[in-house]
Design a protein around this ligand. Structure first.
Ligand code: OKP
Ligand code: ZN
Length: 357
């Protein structure tokens, strides 16, 4: 398996609230470092991608991102840390966090960005686990670029699958708000990049992070050419989406399948529902597949509660490949927070994937 990594993804290093304390975020550079370590002790080939060295690349990447993300939101990701810095509202090594969020209102004022610099951070986020520090934007673009590069490699080298170590992750971002450690939706970037070559292509998305990919669902909710399916913890973060009755809207009705599973679910239950998701994707018959791969389904994960063990990822990888055959697949990293087990879990998934053909 080819695995793509950009060292710039390691720069983003922020904080989150745990109870009343600001602590280093679970979504940390150590996650990818641990995976890199495991890969270097394996037979897989790690390939470095470096967005920072290519200006023309950056321009075309921004165009692809703009297909699904608002320009004011992107400018906020790029500029807000410096704006706070100029007013000395944050330390050079600090992170900015939102304070006040827009809520449904009888007047319409919540629908435009406020002028206040603190308030804007809340307007462009839906929770407090999406801090922005001095290098966040570099990592956010590097991560999105890995999703794009994965698609380019799938096409040019005629590969059946490729893994991108996308960090920060993307599936909670809908193109207008950051949240759940996500700033740019890497899945949407991959889909846009594929369709740059194949306009109107049918694309399948399998989200097997522990959390519902509310952002990905939202972006494709009315799109009949994109089938999104997710298996996730019921009533867990991000709380307001992920119910089974969310089936898409307008043209997209029927192209969204949510499979919420009880917290604490066993691997047997998980595999049974995974089969439903895979079968639905098979019926949709996409020309390309994107997997949002999270390892917070691992039994020890602090943010998840499924009873899945390292060896089970092999079964999961094999099941997907066996059923869906050789549809070109971009496998993008989402969550997974037990740093010491991340590498082994990814290698297990890949082992299963490679055995499933
Ligand atoms: C992101 B992904 C701990 C709360 C963390 C955010 C969870 C984000 C999960 N203070 N809340 O889907 O793995
Ligand atoms: Zn997650």
């Amino acid at each position: 398996m080819i695995i793509l990594h950009d060292p710039a993804t390691l720069l983003h290093d922020t904080v989150e609230l745990l109870g009343s304390k600001l602590v280093p975020a679970y979504e940390s550079p150590a996650r990818v470092r641990a995976i890199l370590e495991s890969i270097s002790n394996s037979h897989h080939s790690l390939e470095h991608v470096r967005l920072e060295s290519r200006d023309d690349d950056k321009q075309s990447l921004l165009e692809i991102i703009a297909d699904s993300h608002g320009s004011e939101y992107l400018a906020h990701l790029r500029d807000s840390f410096l704006q706070w810095r100029e007013k000395d509202l944050v330390e050079e090594n600090g992170s900015i966090l939102p304070e006040c969020f827009p809520v449904a209102n009888k007047a319409n004022s919540a629908n435009r960005p406020p002028k206040d610099i603190f308030a804007r951070t809340g307007y462009f986020a839906f929770d407090m686990s999406s801090g922005i520090m001095k290098d966040s934007y570099k990592s956010i673009l590097a991560s999105a670029n890995l999703a794009r590069s994965a698609v380019e490699r799938l096409r040019s080298d005629d590969l059946s699958a490729i893994v991108a170590l996308t960090r920060p992750p993307g599936h909670h971002c809908n193109g207008r708000k950051a949240g759940g450690y996500c700033y740019v939706n890497n899945v949407a970037v991959a889909a846009s990049q594929w369709r740059k070559h194949a306009p109107g292509a049918k694309i399948g998305i399998l989200d097997i992070d522990f959390h519902h990919g509310n952002g990905t669902q939202d972006i494709f909710y009315a799109d009949s050419n994109t089938f999104y399916t997710s298996i996730h913890g019921e009533d867990e973060f991000p709380y307001y989406t992920g119910n089974a009755d969310e089936e898409g809207v307008d043209e997209g009705l029927g192209a969204n399948l949510n499979i919420p599973l009880r917290p604490g679910s066993s691997v047997e239950a998980y595999l049974e529902f995974l089969r439903l998701a895979i079968d639905a994707l098979g019926v949709f018959a996409p020309e390309m597949l994107i997997v949002s791969l999270g390892f917070d389904t691992f039994r020890l994960d602090p943010l998840g509660s499924f009873q899945i063990d390292t060896a089970d990822y092999e079964t999961i990888g094999r099941s997907i490949r066996e059923r869906l055959g050789n549809i070109p697949t971009a496998i993008l990293l989402e969550g997974g927070y037990v740093v010491e087990h991340l590498g082994a879990n990814l290698l297990s998934f890949i082992r299963g994937w490679e055995a499933g053909r």
